[in-house]
Design a protein around this ligand. Structure first.
Ligand code: G3H
Ligand code: 13P
Ligand code: ZN
Length: 315
């Protein structure tokens, strides 16, 4: 089923407007009804474009029919500029399937393969996607971080600025994810002094000034959420994210046009549900504690949209 039937848009125009306008489009990871509705509510309340990012494992968890049923039930309209994006697609076939069921954008993550294989596979999916007016994201360089089976990676390699122009020209990718020191999950830095490599980003931008760039692994891991989880029975140690200052710089002063957030929303859900259950030990009604999780995710998205991405009031 084609994505336009669900009122979705692809990411080409939203990313271009972010490139021109000095802000970034949020890509929030979703995996159930609460996260999908929280993300859409946050976008509607702030008048922000948004990308609903679905990993392969989240797609497996929900099932394609259930996901599309929820998206259809959200009654999205094209002027809201909401995209449904496959995050870290692991094969050309997986991206094709996502396009066929109604995704408006796909990422083919061949960053762990060699340059030529990445280029060939990305060109293949770009041809398939563009014939259907679907946008394509690809990646050069590798993020570290262990979050799930698809993004499990223990080594990192910064994106080589010398390789990006050839890659973009040959593949016709619509956006490019870059590795400049971020990583997936809640443990991004060992010390507060570790900084993103904006010098490498600058060199990349000089080579491909018109290509929207993407920052994965960009959660800021808010201390108050970690503290709340620990206060109400959790055990999260030494978690550290990207500083808000660096994220704001990336969103407003560089060609980073899409910023991916998953871990912050996981923390928000977990903190709110732990707190609710701890403060209401008699409660056995999932609608109540799941609502607490939903509201905290929505509020976290609103905060990030307004204070970090500056994508509010852009529609
Ligand atoms: O970057 C990857 C996402 O955080 C996806 O994680 O596959 O566990 O949903 P997941
Ligand atoms: P975080 O783990 O920093 O939220 O990264 C999410 C991500 O990159 C999803 O693709
Ligand atoms: Zn990612």
């Amino acid at each position: 089923m084609q994505y336009r039937n669900f009122g979705l848009v692809n990411t080409i125009e939203p990313l271009k407007s972010a490139l021109r306008g000095g802000f970034a489009i949020p890509a929030f990871n979703a995996y159930n009804m609460e996260t999908i509705t929280a993300i859409i509510s946050a976008a509607r309340l702030t008048h922000s474009p948004v990308i609903i990012a679905i990993s392969e494992s989240a797609l497996k968890y929900m099932g394609a029919d259930m996901l599309i049923g929820m998206i259809s039930g959200a009654k999205i309209t094209p002027n809201e500029r909401i995209a449904l994006h496959l995050d870290h697609g692991s094969s050309v076939e997986s991206c094709m399937r996502a396009i066929d069921i109604g995704f408006s954008s796909v990422m083919l993550d061949f960053s762990k393969y060699d340059f030529d294989d990445n280029m060939t596979a990305t060109s293949d999916i770009a041809k398939y996607a563009h014939a259907r007016d679907v946008s394509v994201e690809s990646e050069l360089g590798q993020l570290s971080g262990i979050e799930d089976e698809n993004t499990h990676n223990t080594k990192s390699t910064y994106t080589d600025p010398e390789s990006v122009a050839e890659f973009v020209k040959h593949t016709k990718t619509d956006s490019l994810a870059v590795a400049i020191g971020t990583s997936h999950g809640a443990y991004k830095r060992k010390s507060p002094d570790e900084k993103l490599r904006f010098d490498i980003l600058q060199q990349i931008q000089e080579q491909i000034p018109y290509t929207p760039l993407v920052l994965h692994g960009a959660s800021s891991i808010p201390e108050f959420l970690v503290n709340e989880i620990n206060e109400f029975g959790g055990n999260i140690k030494n978690a550290m994210g990207i500083t808000p200052e660096q994220l704001i710089f990336a969103a407003t002063k560089t060609n980073i046009c899409k910023i991916n957030i998953d871990s912050d929303l996981r923390l928000a859900t977990t903190a709110a549900i732990r707190k609710y259950l701890s403060q209401h030990p008699e409660n056995i009604n999932p609608r109540e504690y799941l609502s607490a999780g939903h509201d905290m995710v929505r509020n976290t998205c609103i905060f990030l949209i307004r204070e970090i991405f500056h994508s509010n009031d852009k529609i």
